[in-house]
Write a protein that binds this ligand. Structure first.
Ligand code: ADQ
Length: 461
């Protein structure tokens, strides 16, 4: 089997850590099976930047190859065009997007530099898999250098409809660069369709039913490859002694408590402010929940260098103070907000101990928390998932209670339905959800994607 080379902005961690986000966990799972190379940024900023040495680290069958970047590259690429331009636009937040030619130049420059450093490390029969919005243009640079291996690209975040995408200055260049890939994968059908529609409307592309897009002399495969979790392992985590201990901590709090849990990086896409308002509305509209239902929000901070992120954190702290000041009792706290990272076993235990899983992003590529919550439930007495229609996960997890996160009343009502849902209905919904989470797990994700990518290699041969 040909060697797999994965490229992503962050490389690692390979071992379980509290900080491992959705993407890292998924990539390690994909590489662990057949082994391979994982290339990307070391996480270090140094004066020589991308011109410095390639750092090597072996972790079992995975070789980690990383390079540094310099401060200017960090500011214009990662903290700049990636997080201040592409992230907001791809999540439909044109109002938060920042346009600046210098950031754009930095973005292309870093894409080119990473391609330039990767190229000599490649072998002829490698299969290359590039991840996420940090490297939309990396494949096209590899091609101009002469790489003719199969190169696939997977976007972990949404792809916006053309009406939004075309607001990005020079979007044409980025879109055309993406045609260098052989397979372009998205989280949902909706994202894949948005990408296809852009090329059909702007360039008169031809598209077949099985997602072959022909435009500007290139034919590429475009498809939905919904990412999942390692369902069985996560389920085992939820039964571990550590998970049990975590669950018991909740049970030792006084009273007959019903817990609603949210787990999200602090980010404006996650709908946290709207969620806290909805929880407050729940206590207002359904007073029987006072002294009974609590929201536990686990929200590690991210991207602290951006004002928009600091503001959300402050707003959340303020709403928490207001709601707790208004409703709490001596032995009952309505909202518990913690920014501490948790080990995955503890997290699984928390999910299992909470009657409601609240996943209400205003826009999200997939959202793995929704899947983790389902995987961690007891089949005898399962909790209920309340899920935003704007999470990619809603495309398949339609047995959840689906809410519109912008509609505070609707979300409050969704939580109320979940809190009072009879056991039969909870079991019925959970069975449907669990079978989807199992069917679309992490292994299905990478084997489907790599299957599609390897098929293009066979066709070319
Ligand atoms: P994220 O935006 O990071 O991922 P998500 O899919 O929910 O969002 O993944 C977050 C991961 O971090 C989950 O596995 C969760 O358990 C973990 N996590 C969050 N808070 C934690 C805490 N306090 N302690 C420990 N673990 C914590 C991006 C996209 C998503 C897409 C994923 C994967 O934005 O839409 O689903 O990539 O493709």
């Amino acid at each position: 089997m040909s060697r797999l080379v994965v490229v992503s902005n962050r490389v690692g961690p390979v071992r379980e850590t509290a900080k491992a986000g959705g993407l890292a966990v998924a990539i390690v799972d994909a590489l662990r099976t057949d082994g391979g190379v994982w290339f990307g940024w070391s996480g270090d900023i140094s004066p020589e930047g991308t011109h410095g040495p390639v750092k090597r680290e072996e972790a079992g069958r995975i070789s980690l190859l990383t390079i540094d970047i310099d401060q200017a590259a960090y500011d214009t690429h990662y903290a700049g065009f990636c997080n201040r331009t592409l992230w907001p636009i791809f999540h439909y937040r044109l109002d938060l997007a920042h346009f600046d030619r210098e950031l754009e130049r930095g973005y292309w420059n870093v894409n080119n530099r990473f391609a330039t450093r990767l190229f000599p490390l490649l072998e002829d029969d490698d299969v290359i898999w590039v991840h996420d919005y940090h490297f939309l243009a990396l494949g096209s640079k590899l091609r101009t250098m002469g790489a003719n291996q199969p190169i696939g690209f997977f976007l972990h975040i949404p792809f916006p409809v053309p009406e939004v995408f075309t607001a990005l200055p020079n979007h044409e260049a980025l879109a055309r660069a993406m045609l260098a890939y052989d397979v372009v994968g998205f989280q949902t059908r909706r994202d894949a369709n948005a990408f296809i529609r852009f090329f059909v409307e702007e360039y008169g592309a031809q598209v077949t039913e099985d997602g072959l897009l022909t435009v500007q002399g290139r034919t590429i495969k475009v498809g939905a490859f919904p990412i999942g979790i390692d369902t069985d392992t996560f389920r085992q985590f939820s039964l571990s002694p550590e998970a049990n201990r975590q669950g018991k901590r909740l049970k030792t709090l006084p009273g007959d408590r019903c817990y609603v849990i949210g787990v999200d990086r602090i980010d404006y896409t996650k709908g946290l402010v709207e969620r806290f308002r909805a929880f407050s509305k729940l206590l207002e509209n359904y007073p029987e929940n006072r002294n009974h239902v609590s929201l536990i929000q686990v929200a590690p901070t991210s991207r602290d260098e951006l004002d928009a992120y600091i503001e959300i954190r402050q707003e959340l702290e303020q709403i928490t103070g207001n709601v707790n000041g208004r409703f709490s009792d001596l032995d009952w706290t309505p909202i518990r907000l913690t920014t501490r990272p948790l080990r995955r076993r503890s997290l699984a235990g928390l999910y299992r101990a909470c009657r409601v899983g609240l996943v209400t992003p205003v826009r999200d590529g997939m959202n793995l928390v929704a899947k983790e919550y389902v995987a961690a439930q007891s089949e005898v007495d399962p909790g209920v998932l309340v899920l935003s229609r704007f999470a990619g996960a809603a495309e398949s997890l339609d047995a959840a209670i689906i809410v519109n996160p912008y509609d505070v009343e609707d979300t409050a009502e969704g939580i109320q339905r979940a809190v009072i849902m009879p056991l039969d209905e909870r079991r019925d919904r959970w069975r449907q959800l669990f079978s989807k989470v199992q069917g679309e797990d992490i292994e299905a994700w990478y084997s489907n994607f790599l299957g599609a990518l390897r098929a293009t290699a066979r066709k070319a041969a």
